[in-house]
Design a protein around this ligand. Structure first.
Ligand code: PA5
Length: 471
């Protein structure tokens, strides 16, 4: 398979939007050496056994195992509850959103070709209860996904779902309807899975949660929903093959990384907006938002200096956000770089007809194809942003399919790793998230977190009153 994405970054250049807002050739030349050196470092690290996420597209044996399991079990379940949060669910959500029917859960089982998919990520009691209200527990597969095996939200959701399942089908049968995707050796969920005899799939060691979409974390739910996971891996491999050059002008992942980091550091573009003109690709914008934020938002540089790095990722949806955000993006603070995603051929053709003859001002819509309309809106937005000197680039998708989704996943992961190198931060790990996770454990009374609990529940030193409650 060949990579099929097209990149057009003319509107992000100084020629298009002026030297205060656009990246110049000189600026790109200025980072070309660093990109080359960092590329060589990544290659060396990979050869030495690190950067394991780069190998995930090759895991066709795992994909085969997942396909066998999904093919054998898909027909047995009406519902699939995916329990996981952040990197443990966003990739699967993005995949099924991109490749499944937009109203997949409402289709008949036959048309759907697999169970309905429900995701328990947030531990919002209303959503948890509502999910358990609508699924048919006797015919539900529960897939709990956590790399660490102990995330509070995930484990709480899982325990609640497991109780409901046991109440519906009994303990023994419940254990057969649970699949745990977790570390092969470590963690609390691994202990539980081994003790209860759950079927398990591995979260690859040495790969951060947000880079696991091409492992069992993303592939298992996708396969159950009928996604061509081999095609996804092939697309990711095709993008990897396209990204072998160390030349910033040749390698699309490095070019996007350089554009974003230069726009942030040299031009004050502190935000990166990803705006697909496709409902189906909105999940990819959401997945990328987490990847970019958690990987690059770092207080310390790799040398241990305080740098407070990162660029705030924003997701927007074309054309809807033309009626919501674009006013701000075009006339508000010029502090954003925009990435527009355009689709050449939508998977449906819908023609507008029936314009009343007595309303000539609507005549331009008669016979218009909707894909053409939304596509022209994307071009029009790119033009309007450029006129307003707002840097933007466009990624063009020929047609949304499994290969293209795989391409996006690999592209954005490499782009993020190179952006980390250009910022001089470690894109792996998430110390800021861990702080919040630990505080949650402490507030919930987890053993071993007593000191932190004391600190968190201490009264403010000045004894002041800062809350407003209704009388
Ligand atoms: O990218 C990451 O590592 C995080 O977003 C994790 O995926 C998230 O915090 C969930 O962690 P876990 O899979 O350990 O439950």
């Amino acid at each position: 398979m060949q990579s099929r994405l097209t990149f057009d970054y003319r509107n992000a250049t100084a020629q298009a939007v002026g030297p205060e807002n656009g990246v110049s050739k000189t600026m790109l030349d200025g980072v070309a050496g660093k990109v080359r050196a960092e590329h060589a470092r990544l290659q060396r690290e990979h050869a030495a056994g690190a950067q394991r996420w780069m190998d995930l597209p090759d895991n066709t044996a795992l994909a085969g195992e997942i396909n066998d399991f999904a093919n054998a079990n898909r027909g047995s379940y009406s519902d699939y509850i995916l329990i996981g949060i952040g990197g443990s669910s966003l990739g699967a959500i993005a995949t099924v959103m991109a490749l499944g029917h937009p109203y997949r859960n409402l289709l008949s089982a036959e048309k759907r070709g697999g169970p309905r998919l429900f995701v328990l990520d947030n531990p919002d009691p209303e959503k948890v209860k509502a999910t358990l209200d609508v699924v048919d527990l006797k015919n539900t597969l529960v897939n709990v996904v956590t790399k660490s095996g102990q995330t509070a939200e995930t484990m709480a959701n899982f325990l609640v779902a497991r109780n409901a399942l046991e109440a519906a089908v009994g303990e023994k049968q419940a254990a057969k309807q649970i699949v745990a995707t977790t570390d092969p050796k470590e963690g609390l969920l691994r202990q539980m899975a081994d003790a209860e005899g759950y079927r398990t799939f591995p979260v690859p060691p040495g790969v951060d949660g947000r880079q696991t979409v091409l492992s069992a974390v993303g592939l298992l739910p996708a396969a159950f929903c009928g996604v061509d996971i081999d095609g996804m891996l092939a697309g990711a491999a095709a993008m990897r093959a396209r990204c072998t050059s160390d030349d910033v002008f040749e390698n699309p992942a490095y070019l996007l990384a350089a554009l974003a980091v230069l726009a942030d550091q040299k031009l004050g573009k502190k935000m990166l907006v990803t705006m697909p003109y496709s409902d189906a690709l909105y999940g990819i914008a959401d997945w990328f938002r987490q990847l970019w934020a958690e990987s690059l938002g770092k207080r310390l540089s790799i040398d241990g200096e305080e740098v407070f790095a990162g660029q705030t990722p924003i997701k927007a949806l074309g054309a809807i956000d033309q009626h919501s955000q674009i006013q701000l993006y075009t006339e508000g603070p010029n502090d954003k770089l925009l990435s527009l995603i355009e689709v050449d051929r939508y998977r449906a053709e819908v023609e507008v007809t029936g314009v009343p003859a007595n309303i000539p001002d609507l005549a331009y819509l008669e016979g218009a194809e909707m894909g053409q309309l939304i596509d022209r809106e994307c071009s029009a937005t790119a033009w309007a942003l450029t006129q307003a000197k707002r840097p933007n680039f466009t990624i063009t998708v020929p047609e949304i399919d499994a290969g293209i989704v795989g391409e996006f996943f690999y592209l954005h992961q490499l782009q993020t790793v190179m952006a980390g190198a250009l910022y001089g931060v470690n894109p792996f790990g998430q110390p800021g998230v861990e702080a919040g996770k630990n505080a949650t454990y402490a507030l919930m009374g987890r053993e071993g977190y007593e000191g932190l609990r004391k600190e968190l529940t201490a009264k403010p030193a000045d004894g002041g009153e800062y809350t407003l409650a209704p009388n």
